[in-house]
Ligand binder design. Structure first.
Ligand code: ATP
Length: 870
């Protein structure tokens, strides 16, 4: 079952990888392989500098600008033509720089999520980044790892791998089967080798590295990969679509304005200039790049706070997350296990009170130390915390695990897997090959037929089992994790099969405490306030899980806890009916996780799901936000997730969700800022055209505003810090378009206010000359849009937001004012931008008029804020 599941995910992964492979050159492939490991080869195409630069000219705006430049030249405004060409060039350079910056920040995020490898270095086992693995290294592989280099298998413990990234074959390959002799051997049939890019689905192995980077089989086929990439998020796509539609509407209006001017017998060139000015005023040139910059800045901030976003799309979805399904162990809890009570030979004792003269208690301790992969040498803990706790229990009684394990060598093993919830090892105990098994109590008791007591081995009756379940309940209700131990003597040391884990003799129970993380409680409370439901999904026992869920605030009165088997018995309709009440799912299987995600998604919720194991991959893919664990998660789960938690901490998910909300809000505000400013420009051009007045702006003026002075406040708005009231809002409805009625209303009214102020300045200037009117209109429009940057920082008035709380917005305003002053007062620039000298009164009038729209908007916000409070 485990493999079927894994294979399904592998197939999906493969399909996605096939559609995203690109034409890497050998050198690029080599560089990416060496830097990021095998995954990097399938993650998108790297474009060359020239290609990116040339792509900047494939834009409707550039076409319009070239038309504007030609018209300017024909109407004898050679300087304007020069400025427009300079703008086109500058725009292309900025676009190119921004593209590579975004690439770099995405690459650095990818590097953070690139795989690591467990190697033998300086005689010790170490975890190192995959790029540091070299030929000759000894690498340890276990289920869930990604193979980061080609290697020859030295020791093989039931190793199964998925080599679909190389062979396209999604079935797992059993590396313990007999090698195929003779002839040309296909990759999948090379049983003594593992290949870079494959995923370990079962078992363990030790391998010696034979090739890395381009010397691997994956490296050899890297150069053959070809295809394009898909980097745009749904928001970017919908904004692109919006821009395209807007362009068509604008072109129609331009044609109308042009026709109107001609009808009024205006010279053709002037009429054309009007139309072009309108087009330049209306097209939000900076919109798409501002959204990309804000998304990239958002991901960088999240990475600093331990949430590594693998996919820009995730940032948007994060803001809509309404259900967070979280693992318990290590995510909500600390995963620092410490043995508390033990039970053997009918007695429940403290972990420090075991009697080694008592046979069952002694065998329990023996099993705890031998049936474990962890070590704790001089305080350096390596391995699964549950197993570390067992080794530490041995230490309490002076059992030195390394020496002890040498005395009782492991003759075979059945690795732990969270589906089976058992682990077994075979040892020579008192001269007999003995299988020691540990695992979940319900699973182990179902396979136990006898019980070991100081009076010998007795049959385990139904009554005996009930008594053990009672003890388990008593321990679990205190939130303790309970492990059961059993053994079985075999006739001979031989390769093990899963059938061997039956007919066990029960030895005892060991319980351990795993305290909740201190931040979990606050994070769950914050999530609740923010309209996000937290659900615990765990492989642990229902009672233990419920006890912990109560402590953390996930399980409330009237809630339900459900076991995976109970879920299996429910129909979808029954599940839909009870879904809202279930806060804890215990003993879940990977299929259960998918059903839970599906059920919440059927209710229209946006679901985040955590996972760490190989078999969690399909659920991570199915969830809207799949979250993998950076520390304890398998490479397979990291591969399938859209976000990786560098600290495995539940609180980080909630922080990321709130950050996602903030990024989306900031993008929305930046859009409001850019489009309302554009609206003001459009209204002014339309008004003057209808009223047969002179043109209020030259295209270079609008270009200056749209590309320079508007971009800075827009980026500053994108960097607005998250506010506490973000927690008081409900998750965003993902189906609601970003440009909803309320945003369009604001764009129009705020644009109208700025437009009125601009036209007032225009009329004042017109009393002297058309040239002064244009200069005053241009200066007022620029400055009022710079002031408007403060209005768009958030819903509240600037007094509530705090003028100094976003220093970037002050810097953007300052830089914008400096640029405007340079154009207005430096003779060289004023010549290029066709502005006339201004008197002190003109400057005062411009400043006052430009400030008025912001004053009105701020008064409106303050009054609305007060009336909401009242
Ligand atoms: P989560 O809350 O993240 O799902 P979990 O640790 O409770 O974590 P699993 O790791 O799937 O979930 O473990 C399921 C059960 O298997 C545990 O409740 C325990 O009884 C048993 N178990 C856990 N670790 C081991 C182990 N190393 N050896 C044997 N049994 C184990």
């Amino acid at each position: 079952m485990a493999n079927t599941f894994f294979n399904r995910s592998a197939e999906e992964t493969l399909r996605e990888q096939k559609s995203s492979r690109d034409g890497l050159t050998g050198a690029q492939a080599k560089e990416r392989l060496e830097t990021y490991g095998p995954n990097a080869l399938v993650e998108g195409k790297k474009k060359g500098l020239l290609q990116v630069f040339l792509e900047q000219f494939k834009d409707l705006l550039v076409v319009i600008l070239i038309i504007a430049a030609v018209i300017s030249l024909l109407s004898g405004q050679g300087e304007s033509t020069l400025v427009i060409f300079a703008v086109i060039l500058l725009n292309a350079i900025l676009g190119t720089v921004q593209y590579f910056k975004a690439e770099k920040s995405l690459d650095s995020l990818k590097a953070m999520s690139s795989p690591s490898a467990k190697v033998l270095r300086d005689g010790a086992r170490q975890e190192i980044p995959s790029r540091d693995v070299a030929p000759g290294d000894i690498v340890f592989l276990e289920a869930g790892d990604m193979v980061v280099a080609d290697g020859r298998i030295l020791e093989n413990f039931s190793l199964k791998v998925n080599e679909s990234s190389l062979t396209g074959e999604s079935e797992g390959v059993d590396k313990t089967e007999e090698p195929i002799e003779g002839g040309e051997v296909a990759l999948g049939d090379q049983k003594n080798m593992v290949f870079s890019g494959s995923l370990v689905t079962y078992g363990r192995a030790t391998v010696v590295v034979t090739g890395t980077g381009m010397q691997t089989e994956l490296g050899k086929i890297a150069a053959l990969m070809n295809q394009t990439q898909q980097r745009k998020t749904p928001l970017q796509q919908s904004l692109d679509d919006f821009s395209k539609k807007l362009a068509v509407i604008i072109l129609c209006i331009c044609a109308l304005v042009f026709g109107l001017s001609l009808y009024r017998a205006m010279p053709v060139l002037d009429s054309l200039m009007f139309a072009v000015a309108l087009a330049v005023a209306a097209i939000p040139e900076a919109l798409s790049s501002i959204v990309t910059i804000v998304l990239a800045l958002g991901t960088q901030k999240m990475a600093k706070e331990n949430a590594i976003i693998k996919d820009l799309k995730a940032v948007e979805s994060l803001g809509s997350v309404s259900v967070v399904c979280s693992d318990k162990t290590g995510t909500l809890t600390q995963n620092k296990m410490k043995v508390q009570k033990v039970y053997a030979d009918g007695k429940l004792l403290d972990g420090s009170e075991m009697q080694l003269l008592n046979d069952p208690q002694r065998l329990l301790l023996k099993a705890a130390v031998l049936d474990s992969d962890a070590t704790d040498v001089e305080g350096v803990e390596i391995g699964d915390p549950t197993e570390v706790a067992l080794v530490q229990l041995g230490d309490r009684y002076g059992v030195e695990e390394v020496a002890y394990r040498r005395q009782h060598p492991r003759l075979g093993e059945l690795a732990f897997d969270s589906d089976r919830k058992l682990m077994s090892t075979l040892h020579d105990v008192d001269g007999k090959p003995t299988l020691l098994t540990k695992g979940a109590i319900d699973v182990l008791l179902a396979r136990a037929t006898h019980i070991y007591t100081s009076e010998g081995v007795r049959e385990l009756t139904e009554q005996g089992k009930q008594e053990l379940h009672r003890v388990n309940r008593e321990l679990s209700e205190q939130g303790l994790r309970v492990l059961a131990f059993g053994y079985r003597e075999l006739d001979a040391a031989r390769p093990l099969t899963l059938e061997d884990e039956t007919g066990l003799t029960f030895i005892g129970l060991i319980s351990m405490i795993d305290p909740p993380r201190v931040e979990s409680m606050q994070a769950v409370a914050d999530a609740k306030r923010a309209g996000i439901r937290t659900i615990m999904i765990t492989g642990d026992h229902k009672i233990t899980a419920t006890a912990i869920a109560k402590q953390i605030g996930i399980f409330m009165d009237g809630d339900m806890a459900l076991e995976g088997v109970e879920l299996d018995r429910m129909t979808d309709a029954e599940l839909d009916e009870t879904l809202a009440k279930i806060s804890v799912y215990a003993r879940v299987s990977p299929e259960n996780k998918i059903r839970i995600v599906n059920a919440w998604q059927r209710r229209g919720q946006i679901v985040s799901m955590t996972g760490d194991g190989v078999n969690d991959a399909p659920a991570l893919k199915k969830a809207d936000i799949g979250v993998a664990m950076g520390i304890t998660g398998t490479e397979v789960s990291k591969d399938a997730a859209s976000m990786i938690l560098a600290d495995d901490n539940f609180a980080t998910i909630i922080k990321a969700v709130l950050n996602g909300r903030n990024v989306y809000e900031n993008i929305k505000n930046a859009i409001q800022f850019l489009l309302s400013g554009n609206m003001a420009g459009i209204l002014c051009v339309l008004y003057t055209s209808i009223m047969a007045l002179p043109m209020p702006f030259a295209p270079v003026h609008l270009l200056f505003i749209n590309l320079l002075t508007d971009s800075l406040p827009a980026i500053a708005i994108g960097m607005e810090p998250a506010r506490k009231d973000l927690l008081d809002r409900q998750p965003r409805n993902p189906r609601e378009p970003i440009l909803n009625g309320s945003l369009i209303g604001k764009i129009f009214t705020q644009g109208l206010l700025i437009g009125i102020a601009t036209m007032a300045a225009f009329y004042i200037g017109l009393q002297t000359s058309a040239a002064l009117a244009t200069t005053m209109a241009f200066a007022t429009l620029t400055l009022s849009r710079l002031f408007h940057g403060f209005n768009c920082r958030g819903r509240q008035s600037i007094f509530c937001l705090g003028l100094l709380s976003n220093k970037y917005s002050l810097m953007a305003f300052g830089a914008g004012v400096l640029l405007l002053c340079a154009v207005l007062f430096l003779p060289f620039l004023s010549g290029l931008f066709l502005v006339t000298p201004l008197s002190l009164t003109n400057v005062g009038t411009i400043a006052l008029l430009a400030f008025l729209p912001t004053l009105c908007i701020q008064i409106f916000k303050a009054v609305r804020g007060l009336s909401r409070k009242a």
